[in-house]
Write a protein that binds this ligand. Sequence first.
Ligand SMILES: Cc1cc2nc3c(=O)[nH]c(=O)nc-3n(C[C@H](O)[C@H](O)[C@H](O)COP(=O)(O)OP(=O)(O)OC[C@H]3O[C@@H](n4cnc5c(N)ncnc54)[C@H](O)[C@@H]3O)c2cc1C
Length: 345
Amino acid sequence: MEPILFLAHTEPDGTLAGAALEVLAASLALGGPVTVGLVGAAVDAGARQIAGCGAVRFLAVEGEAFAQPRYATDAAAAEALCQASGATLILSSHTSRWARAIPGVAARLNGRADTHATSIAIVNEVPAVTRWFYRQRMEAVLTRAPRPWFVLLESGCATAWSGEAAEAPVERLDIAAASRTTVTGVRAPQAGEETIRPDAKLLFVAGAGWTKKQADGLPHADRAEDLILGFLRKSQASLGGSKSLVDLSGEGQSVLKCMTHLNQIGQTGATPRHPKGLSTCCHGEEPHVVGWRFVTERRAINLDANCGWARGKADVVYVADAFAVMEQLNRLFEKALDADVRVLQ
Ligand SMILES: Cc1cc2nc3c(=O)[nH]c(=O)nc-3n(C[C@H](O)[C@H](O)[C@H](O)COP(=O)(O)OP(=O)(O)OC[C@H]3O[C@@H](n4cnc5c(N)ncnc54)[C@H](O)[C@@H]3O)c2cc1C
């Protein structure tokens, strides 16, 4: 088996995120010699975290210049780590940081990069990755001859590596961190609180029904937002939206302020991986439901017993008023009495 580089950037606290540990497990499972390559302001905590993984070497590019996600410095670090390790197969998690830098590094080294891979395994004695095409409708298995081959693995597709922390002998590479780009701050697309939580066990989806006229003939967007945010804070679920709901803001209609296009699930949105999903006030049309491909257990609340979810797309459909259900659910959360509620957490 060819030499492998497990490439990871550290988090602000110096540790490795769950997604990186998933890639480490996938790298080790291939059976070849694995070198760890860490990038960040400080890498000791991350190296200690995975000291017992059995890697042949621990390489690092460390320094304040590598704290910020920035193409020039991330690409320089990845290139140096790749060359120092002598690896021909480089695995990293599909973070926005690596997705931006790695294709350029592959071009510099005359290699190839594959993004959005969902698994890697040895097939017919060569590494092969799986990847979905055409908005998650077709899955392909790919192999490539050119090296180095960079593979960015999606999160939530492998079990994260875990083991005892220990001291790791880190070899630090001294590389120039020249860049014309200075990071002056972060401007987040969302003014309010963060509602997208890729690691959450539950995906809570809000559809356009939350903003429509209700039984009293009036829309209740403010009430909807209170109920949704109240539920998210208590359950720590991740918030998704239908396209109709996230598009409403562009039409000047009454909208949920906590929702942006980043929350959109579906054919033209995201395809997250959560063990459970709860859809509310959303019709469950195919272009939306295709984004639920990797959500294992699905439930929906809709007033319409004939909605798309009821046609085999959800495991359970509650034909009910989502306002009333979520109000009751939030009340149960507050009292923490109901066992069913704990199942959602
Ligand atoms: C090329 C293409 C790509 C697309 N991509 C996407 C995509 O990525 N993601 C996506 O979501 N859509 C996508 N769509 C749009 C998709 O087809 C649907 O139009 C959209 O998902 C509908 O959103 P909705 O279910 O929230 O709204 P609606 O269809 O308006 O449904 C609202 C639902 O809320 C229910 N409701 C209302 N009040 C209540 C209440 N009090 N309690 C319970 N239920 C209530 C109603 O019964 C209704 O079923 C795409 C369409 C096309 C053509």
